[in-house]
Design a protein around this ligand. Structure first.
Ligand code: AMP
Length: 281
């Protein structure tokens, strides 16, 4: 397993692979890898001759009051995990390598300013910028994204379709711990008590599914019950709970068919966590 730090070396590596007719899978990450990332890497290793895992804590997707500086990092542990799963390369550039004189923005308007985009208005433009750059540097046949970040996946899929990136996107379902908490690098910020409260996110999603199965169709009633469940746990503050149309991410008033997602963001202590139920996989 190789660690590559520069764009030129990464391009050269890819060029050699393509000369030999090898297929390439890309797994973009910010590192501090867990089994959620592991599931993406495993699928890529299974599908492709070569798997490139990018580890880059992308400054342009953080706003100034967010956790860029304290975002957890552990390259030694990450390298071991990638190697153990069979990944071939970690692409780990410095911010200066990625953002020399970069004034180009990529924006999927309409989808980026709702849900998480309300609390994080510049976030998805930063994500689209870095993912575009990674696609152009690595030119993967396949790229792997987790549905843990459902809005991100839908935005990137729209970007890929709209801008004709020659890459196939592969969505991977959420990996959870044994208690149902969606794995996230940010879970490391939680105290033991906060971790217990963080279970309320998944519990509220299950509750919503149960209500829908029992025949409830009124979205406002479902959301009110989810809200009450979450705030019955200490340290929680709801950022948003939404039930939206699959493609447009527009709010639904009524559940009419299976084409909906339920998404939520909740502060547990100072840590903002997201989770969702998606009809994608
Ligand atoms: P991150 O390092 O948080 O930017 O995540 C990198 C990729 O891993 C993204 O596509 C995430 O959606 C995905 N990912 C993170 N956590 C999980 C999880 N618990 N289950 C599935 N995919 C995940």
């Amino acid at each position: 397993m190789e660690i590559i730090k520069t764009i030129n070396e990464m391009r050269q590596y890819v060029k050699n692979c393509k000369k030999e007719g090898l297929s390439i899978g890309l797994v973009p990450t910010m590192g501090y890898l867990h089994n959620g990332h592991g599931a993406l890497i495993k699928k890529s290793v299974n599908d492709n001759d070569i798997t490139v895992v990018s580890i880059f804590v992308n400054p342009t997707q953080f706003s100034i009051n967010e956790d860029l500086d304290k975002y957890p990092r552990d390259m030694d542990r990450d390298s071991k995990l990638v190697k153990s799963i069979g990944g071939d390369v970690i692409f780990n550039p410095e911010p200066e390598e990625m953002y020399q004189n970069n004034i180009t923005k990529v924006s999927v308007s309409g989808l980026s300013n709702k849900l998480c985009g309300i609390t994080r208005p510049t976030h998805f433009d930063g994500v689209c910028q870095v993912v575009s750059k990674l696609f152009n540097i690595v030119t993967p046949d396949n790229a792997y994204f987790g549905l843990k970040d459902l809005q991100q996946y839908i935005i990137i899929k729209t970007m890929v379709d709209n801008l004709n990136f020659p890459v196939t996107l592969n969505p991977i379902k959420i990996v959870r711990d044994e208690n149902g908490l969606a794995l996230s690098s940010r879970n490391t910020y939680l105290t033991d008590d906060e971790r217990k409260s963080a279970l309320s996110l998944n519990l509220s999603l299950k509750y919503a599914k149960q209500l829908i199965e029992e025949g409830e169709r009124d979205v406002s009633k479902i959301i009110a019950k989810m809200y009450d469940l979450i705030i019955s746990y200490p340290y929680t503050k709801v950022d948003y709970i939404k039930i939206v149309d699959n493609d447009t991410l527009e709010d639904l008033l009524t559940i009419v068919n299976e084409n909906y997602h339920i998404l939520l963001a909740v502060y547990v202590g100072n840590t903002r966590l997201i989770d969702n139920y998606s009809s994608i996989v």
